[in-house]
Write a protein that binds this ligand. Structure first.
Ligand code: EPZ
Length: 433
């Protein structure tokens, strides 16, 4: 949704489109596309922007529903936001509330990332518990333990997480699990706490490095992001800055799979090759040909693809956000593949939908056994979450016949104009609102 380039009172997040996609598959994709800015980098950086009372300008910001929801959350606090194409301008000088209500935190889990930023700048925060979502229970215990270690008094009852500075000072925090969100929330909360904070067993995702670079540009002192130990020296004040977010490695991975599953050839521009290495390595093992080309990478799906085993792991392991997509591909290559989902406890919702297209997949707990088929058949299927929806689009692109995919609003959360980008690669796809 392109907003009027003027300060907005309430920043309305986009409506829920009850749209559907019609796809006629079994055609190779060919051509080139440009990857958009990273959703999972922009969301924490938008949250961090309220740590300064000066204007922050973010560029390379795609038009995604999750970004609209985060903007709505910040506007609810009193920030003023305007968008001009892929530029987002956030002015937090007039923030007057420290509370994120349930109707917003239910829309998107990542709104809990505002808590660390509010605690840092205003020393208090009240955020409604993020809704669990289809892919798992999504607790926030590691976030809260981190805030408590920093000296914030935290209590979580009646559906709210509340925090208030009591005796805040730098500390050492050992994460039980390298949680992406907990690492980001603690980085933000610690950036303006006096003293030195060390986060051990930190998540190493590229989005954590982008957040560190953004914070340091604002005047924070954060070191070590991308490794498992992050050191933060608290500062008193953060300035407004301009920042261009990194490209979306999961969107890139999704289009790489689109090239391979349709046995086509696609050149992806605006990719940081290092960030997609785990997916490149696996696609090469399956038999894809992948080369660096001018501003990114060229991916070709050949005829002699073969099965491979997948185990999702924290970065730099194979990303859980690519598990549904790679499962769609493995459903169409000769042989038996085993997929183990170690990050989330319910991230196989796409399996029953893929089965409707003829996929042969057996699930035992967190393990899926896939027997590849020569062809999938078009069918009516429903997206249950963001990446599951992407997987169904990929399967439909390869299937013989026509598919109808509902629940498209899940896809809108994380993919900007997916059907237009695919149509530009030759896909027979249309969107019906
Ligand atoms: C981020 O979610 C991403 N979202 C997810 O992407 C991604 O799947 C996930 O990291 C893992 O890479 C954003 O960055 C906005 P976690 P996050 O905390 O931070 C458990 C997408 O499709 N856990 O690393 O919520 C949790 O239950 C989305 O773009 C705790 O137990 O992920 C899960 O099993 C989906 N306690 C595991 O850790 C906590 O306090 C990984 O969660 C926090 C997490």
């Amino acid at each position: 949704m392109n907003l009027k380039p003027a300060w907005l009172g309430a920043y309305p997040s986009g409506g829920v489109f009850l749209g559907k996609l019609i796809v006629r598959g079994n055609m190779p994709l060919k051509g080139q596309i440009t990857i958009s800015g990273s959703k999972n980098s922009i969301l924490p950086i938008m949250a961090a922007s309220i740590m300064s009372n000066e204007e922050v300008v973010l560029t390379g910001v795609p038009d995604l529903e999750d970004i609209n929801v985060m903007a709505e959350a910040l506007t609810t606090l009193g920030a003023r936001i305007k968008r001009e194409d892929d530029v987002l301008i956030i002015d937090s000088r007039s923030i007057s509330s420290y509370e994120i209500p349930e109707n917003i935190s239910r829309k998107m889990r990542a709104s809990n990332l505002v808590m660390g930023a509010l605690l840092a700048r205003f020393r208090e925060a009240k955020v409604a518990y993020p809704g669990g979502c289809n892919i798992g229970s999504r607790p926030v215990d590691l976030h809260l333990k981190g805030f408590e270690s920093l000296g914030y008094k935290v209590n979580a009852e009646a559906g709210f997480m509340e925090g208030k500075a009591v005796n805040i000072k730098g500390t050492e925090i050992m994460l039980d699990f390298p949680s992406v969100g907990a690492t980001e929330n603690i980085m933000m909360a610690a950036s303006m706490v006096p003293g030195t904070t060390i986060i051990r067993n930190a998540a190493r995702e590229p989005e954590i490095v982008d957040l560190q670079n953004f914070l340091n540009r604002m005047g924070a002192k954060v070191k070590g992001a991308g490794l498992d130990t992050i050191r933060i020296e608290g500062v008193k004040y953060l300035e407004g800055v301009q920042h261009t977010v990194i490209p979306d490695r999961i969107e890139a991975g999704t289009f790489m799979v689109a090239a391979v599953i349709t046995r086509g050839e696609v050149c992806l521009n605006n990719v940081i090759v290092e960030h997609v290495q785990p997916v490149v390595a696996k696609l090469k093992e399956i038999g894809a040909e992948i080369y660096n080309c001018n501003a990114g990478i060229r991916v070709t799906g050949s005829r002699n693809l073969r099965a491979a085993d997948i185990k999702t792991m924290p970065y730099p392991g194979f990303p859980t956000d690519m598990q549904p997509q790679i499962m769609a591909l493995l459903s169409t290559v000769k042989g038996t593949s085993v997929v183990v989902e170690t990050i989330f406890d319910n991230r196989f919702m796409h399996v029953q939908e893929l089965r409707r297209m003829g996929a042969d997949i057996k699930v035992e707990g967190r393990v899926a056994i896939i027997k590849g088929k020569k062809y999938l058949e078009g069918a009516s299927v429903e997206a249950t979450d963001l990446r599951a929806g992407a997987a169904l689009v990929l399967a439909a692109l390869s299937a013989v016949g026509e598919s109808e995919i509902t629940g498209v609003y899940h896809i809108d959360r994380g993919y900007e104009k997916l059907h237009i980008k695919l149509k530009n690669l030759g896909a027979d796809i249309e969107r019906i609102e």
